[in-house]
Write a protein that binds this ligand. Structure first.
Ligand SMILES: Nc1ncnc2c1ncn2[C@@H]1O[C@H](COP(=O)(O)OP(=O)(O)O)[C@@H](O)[C@H]1O
Ligand SMILES: [Mg+2]
Length: 398
């Protein structure tokens, strides 16, 4: 089916609605997850996480990465917990010692947000950690309710989720696929430039630092060329004198990117000579083009020119349509949030408190909603709420 609609940005935008089933996370509930005691929020297709430093933006993203790490090939519950330093690192420091960590997500494929699947786990402390429960619902029918009969006969079974096992997730494999393909982008230019640096060893997954070029080389050539052409167009608009982006392999078959700039057409620069901003833009464009489930972005504004940052929110919107896919990003940037196309329902405000960080939709905070209705942007209506309370009274260095 194909449909066309007119986007309110002054130009015609064509949208294709694919037959392909598309899912997004419509709600997440967290209990005792890192610096949150309780989170229960709905999620739109595009979500902006805002909050002061250390308010938990990365921790919030980590909940989705945790589910990804459980579901991915070679992942699993035990590994995901161990890689994070054990349950004591994951569980809210202020929670009582015996309490469990709970995560629940609702996945929907319809515009009215009726959940198609609900997936929930509770994790109990211990060595190894075990499942207090694992539940899967499809529509309103419960498919899995653990501990089940077999679990009671063999408690070791509770060290693994059904999500991570092909033999047990047959009826909800879509959830496993969805989480398996969640994509996290926190591009560290230094890791991309010097992948062999010893300091980088031991990172299990960092597709856009150390292994970005490898990921390019693993992508089928046609798809790679198609995406790089689109990225090249994006770079031409955003980087003065940028002309061409080329993928190449050296004599040792190592993949590289090369850039050609207008005044020096004979010379091409290799990725280790690209600027931070160029590398981060390439990573960002690639991630937006590649991801068709859930893309998690850490502060995409870093190292980018303010004018480009202004364009990030509409750019993400345009790349989400026609392809679809959900994007959740953390940001501290007023320039990014000054786009008036960002709705209050798309913004989660993280506010630290004695009861752990509170997470609220910007549109659910009455004064913010009024300011948005009066035509202000999120930057003007809500960003000041993320300022540290004492900052305006004190100098940083006294
Ligand atoms: N298990 C936990 N319980 C409580 N607080 C935690 C836990 N794990 C990390 N934190 C705290 O979370 C904060 C960091 O949050 P982070 O997500 O990195 O913030 P942001 O990305 O918003 O800057 C730190 O202050 C850290 O001490
Ligand atoms: Mg962070």
């Amino acid at each position: 089916m194909t449909a066309y609609h007119l986007e309110g940005r002054g130009y015609l935008h064509i949208t294709f609605y694919y037959e392909k089933a598309y899912m997004k996370i419509s709600r997440i509930i967290l209990k005792n997850w890192r610096n949150f005691q309780l989170v229960d929020v709905p999620l739109e297709e595009r979500i902006f996480l805002i909050g002061a430093n250390a308010s938990g933006k990365s921790n919030f993203l980590d909940a989705f990465r945790f589910l990804h790490d459980i579901a991915k090939t070679g992942g699993g519950l035990q590994r995901s917990v161990t890689e994070r330093g054990g349950l004591s690192s994951i569980r809210c420091f202020t929670a009582p010692k015996s309490s469990i960590v709970e995560l629940e997500v609702h996945l929907t494929d319809s515009s009215d947000n009726t959940p198609r699947f609900k997936y929930a786990i509770g994790i109990k402390p211990g060595h190894p950690v075990t499942l207090a429960y694992e539940r899967v619902f499809q529509s309103n029918q419960q498919l899995i309710n653990r501990p089940d009969k077999e679990d009671k006969q063999d408690v070791l079974r509770l060290t693994q989720t059904y999500l991570e096992q092909i033999s047990t997730n047959a009826h909800f494999r879509e959830i496993a696929h969805f989480f398996g393909s969640v994509f996290y982008l926190h591009l560290v230019p230094q890791l991309l430039r010097f992948p062999e640096n010893v300091l980088n060893q031991g990172l299990s997954e960092n597709p856009f630092g150390r292994t970005f070029l490898k990921q390019l080389s693993n992508t089928p050539e046609k798809i790679r060329q198609f995406r790089l052409k689109q990225i090249e167009q994006g770079l031409r608009i955003t980087i003065p004198q940028f002309k061409r982006l080329i993928y190449s392999e050296d004599e040792k078959d190592m993949p590289h990117l090369e850039a050609v700039y207008e005044p020096w057409e004979q010379v091409s620069l290799r990725e280790n000579q690209f600027s931070d901003g160029t590398l981060r833009l390439i990573g960002l464009f690639w991630a937006l083009l590649e991801s068709d489930t859930l893309l998690l972005l850490e502060e995409p504004e870093l190292s980018l020119n303010g004018r480009i940052v202004n364009e990030l929110a509409p750019l993400i919107y345009r790349l989400q349509h026609p392809k679809q896919g959900q994007v959740i990003l953390s940001t501290q940037s007023g320039a990014l949030l000054s786009d008036k196309g960002i709705a209050g329902e798309e913004v989660l405000l993280l506010t630290p408190s004695e009861k752990g960080t509170q997470v609220e939709l910007a549109s659910s905070i009455e004064p913010v909603r009024h300011l948005l209705e009066a035509g202000l942007s999120i930057a003007d209506a809500a960003l000041s709420r993320t300022n540290p309370p004492a900052l305006h009274e004190q100098s940083l260095f006294q």
